[in-house]
Design a protein around this ligand. Structure first.
Ligand code: CA
Length: 276
């Protein structure tokens, strides 16, 4: 046993060692496919529910199935999962009712919901998005598409957790598009893009959630300002103007026919689909 001062290097080394272990285990955790992520699939058709569970679990997402709206709502409320996959046509409570109740409960108000709807029913999709669903897939759907939507949703959660989505300056499409909300400046390939206030708000609103569809009504309420009154038709006009100003980047604003618009970071979104 040496003099007391000799303890310091030992203690220091030990704590550094522990820190290394913690850092390594954090790295290991992030390398593993999201082990603590949970999903509840609310779907009354057993084959579809099993298919969804199979693909989510392959992503490392612990998945529980509920075959009715009421049961699903109970499970979501009691377990607060990372994510909900919600069919619209369900016995007892339908998907819209489930969605509204999940949103109305403070504990689950932020829980991401991906809705599953019948193909071609735009009015259902709009109703679902406006009831608070974050995204949707249409039946029959490709599991790859569903997994891509789930990943996008979870990535958004990670961004929200790190506060990156609240940053004043957002870089999108691999840095080709920069939105600086503090200065109200947009750069496209490094060149300032001269936008009206409405166009700026519109772009910023869509770009807050790349890969997610926004309905025209959602755009109207988000973009609405003191001197702007938008109608569904004028949303389209502003989108057209915005696209022209974005020039080479205009394909980032996608039209989702009958539903609304989506900001797409083409490169990154496609890449996640391909490796699924
Ligand atoms: Ca159903």
């Amino acid at each position: 046993m040496g003099p007391p001062t000799a303890l310091f290097p030992v203690v220091f080394t030990k704590s550094t060692h522990n820190l290394n272990i913690i850092q390594r285990s954090l790295r290991d955790t992030s390398a593993v496919k999201t082990p603590s992520i949970t999903a509840i699939v609310i779907e009354d058709e057993p084959e579809i529910a099993d298919l969804i569970r199979f693909h989510l679990e392959r992503e490392g997402i612990a998945t529980t199935i509920a075959h009715s709206g009421q049961r699903g709502l109970e499970l979501v409320t009691s377990t607060v999962p990372s994510l909900v996959v919600l069919d619209l046509m369900l016995p007892d409570l339908n998907g819209l009712q489930v969605c509204q109740r999940v949103r109305a409960n403070a504990a689950t108000a932020q829980t991401p919901i991906i809705m599953v709807t019948a193909k071609g029913s735009e009015s259902d999709i709009i109703a679902g998005l406006e009831a608070g669903a974050d995204d949707y897939v249409t039946k029959p759907f490709s599991p790859k598409v569903l997994v891509a939507r789930v990943r996008t949703t979870l990535r958004r959660l990670q961004l929200a957790a790190t506060g990156a989505d609240k940053a004043d300056r957002r870089e999108l499409i691999g840095g080709r598009l920069v939105i600086d909300t503090a200065r109200h400046v947009v750069l496209g390939d490094g060149v300032p893009v001269d936008l009206t206030i409405t166009e700026f708000r519109l772009l910023n609103f869509l770009a807050q959630r790349p890969g997610f569809v926004r309905t025209r009504d959602q755009i109207i309420s988000a973009v609405h300002g003191q001197n702007t009154r938008l109608s569904t038709r004028t949303v389209d006009v502003h989108v057209t103007a915005l696209r022209m100003k974005l020039r080479d980047l205009q394909s980032a604003i996608e039209t989702i026919r009958g539903v609304g618009y989506r900001f797409s970071e083409v490169g990154s979104v496609e890449a996640t689909v391909v490796d699924g």
